[in-house]
Design a protein around this ligand. Structure first.
Ligand SMILES: Nc1ncnc2c1ncn2[C@@H]1O[C@H](COP(=O)(O)OP(=O)(O)OP(=O)(O)O)[C@@H](O)[C@H]1O
Ligand SMILES: [Mg+2]
Length: 378
């Protein structure tokens, strides 16, 4: 029975993949008629997708579903009594779940923080939900509370070009019962009743929910492979499939069927491989340069291949995605840079070569243009 069900699943997956690739011969249409191409994506949507791809490495399935929902919104086909899209992002820590929402905020509103973000861990008691919807009249604090999910707050980041709101519920496994009730209503009808009995319309929201539930099963699946970038005899695709199945199974056991059935998409983020971490390293090095450029005249950095390798080697930990890499960059690059700038060894307009020799405990910073001197961070 199980085997048959499993076989069906594989079969369906196979057909789904195949149908995307099949190029059907085009039957001729009568003269004067034009065959339309529903597979073609609009230019603006393509630009949106490309902007996400350059900010979120890997995670193609997640980028695809977000782009699809965005396209439906752009075409004016979104339903008026549901959110524009609801996405549950699952999978290991540090793999880009929150980053994808931040990337969308940056692409649309030029600010990674342009979203309403609800940290579910902060709502461990039912009465705290009043911070989101306000207290009913007569209750203590009724006047002072400006509910987070008020209509005016939902409009806070909207622009004429992007008239929608990004609403993120982080770590939903930590939400209390009252927050779950609120979520169910929002996902189903895109409506919310405030403490004052006023209704709030959330049909112009993209709703993202993240959870790393099932991460323990991910560690178990990866356990024999940890520490070996290409270790284990199982093909990567099969490991990824096992992770996906285990995480979704855990999510179905943890979250109620009402909740799971209301979501448009449930996506398990993939763990990041060495090549993807190398791409993330480039993005993060660029971000450091941009941070400095905001202060005034930019400083240019040229990293040697050795420096990149050492940063990657120190920042790679298969269980924690890109988080260790970011910490290594803070410790090895940002902290020394801060010291170099504070001691005026490094000023705007200069070019710095960053190297890291094998026998050195720390990275080396050498001025190659501007004042000729070796900058020592220590
Ligand atoms: N796929 C990715 N592409 C680009 N950068 C990434 C990616 N994954 C992680 N990062 C980097 O690592 C940081 C942490 O990732 P993020 O906050 O998205 O983790 P998460 O998947 O939400 O994990 P958690 O479950 O612990 O919240 C991001 O801010 C980003 O800089
Ligand atoms: Mg996160």
């Amino acid at each position: 029975m199980d085997a048959a069900a499993g076989g069906g699943k594989v079969e369906r997956r196979y057909r789904a993949t195949r149908s995307r690739r099949v190029v059907r011969p085009k039957a001729s249409v009568p003269p004067g008629e034009t065959r339309l191409e529903p597979g073609r994506v609009g230019d603006e949507v393509e630009t949106f997708r490309a902007a996400l791809v350059s900010r979120v490495i890997g995670q193609q399935p997640a980028i695809d579903v977000v782009t699809e929902a965005y396209q439906i919104f752009r075409a004016g086909l979104a339903s008026s009594d549901r959110p524009l899209g609801s996405f549950l992002f699952l999978g290991p820590t540090g793999t880009g779940k929150t980053n994808l929402v931040e990337a969308m905020a940056e692409v649309c509103f030029e600010d990674r923080r342009a979203m309403l973000k609800i940290d579910c861990a902060e709502f461990s008691h039912s009465h705290e939900v009043a911070r989101l919807v306000g207290s009913p009249p007569g209750y203590l604090g009724h006047q002072e509370t400006n509910p987070y999910l008020s209509s005016s707050n939902l409009l806070r980041y909207q622009t004429a070009d992007f008239p929608f709101t990004l609403l993120l519920f982080d770590e939903i496994e930590k939400a209390n019962d009252a927050l779950w009730q609120l979520l169910l209503g929002v996902l189903d009808k895109a409506r919310l009743t405030l403490g004052t009995n006023k209704e709030v319309d959330l049909s112009s929201c993209f709703i993202f929910l993240t959870s790393n539930i099932g991460s323990r099963s991910v560690s178990d699946i990866l356990a024999p492979r940890l520490g070996f970038a290409t270790g284990g005899s199982e093909p990567e695709g099969r490991v990824q499939q096992r992770i996906e199945d285990a995480v979704l199974w855990k999510a179905r056991r943890t979250f109620s069927p009402e909740f799971m059935n209301r979501l448009d998409h449930k996506i398990v983020f993939h763990r990041l491989d060495g090549g993807q971490l190398a791409q993330i390293l480039e993005i993060e090095l660029m971000k450091i340069e941009q941070r400095l450029a905001r202060r005034g005249e930019p400083i240019r950095f040229v990293y040697s291949a050795r420096a990149r390798q050492r940063l990657l080697a120190e920042g790679t930990d298969p269980e924690h995605g890109a988080r260790p890499l970011k910490r290594v960059l803070e410790r090895r690059i940002v902290f020394p840079l801060a010291r170099l700038i504070a001691s005026r060894q490094l000023v705007g307009g200069e070019t710095v070569a960053v190297d890291w020799r094998d026998d050195f405990a720390e990275a080396e910073f050498v001025l190659t243009a501007g004042r000729a001197m070796v900058a020592r961070a220590g």
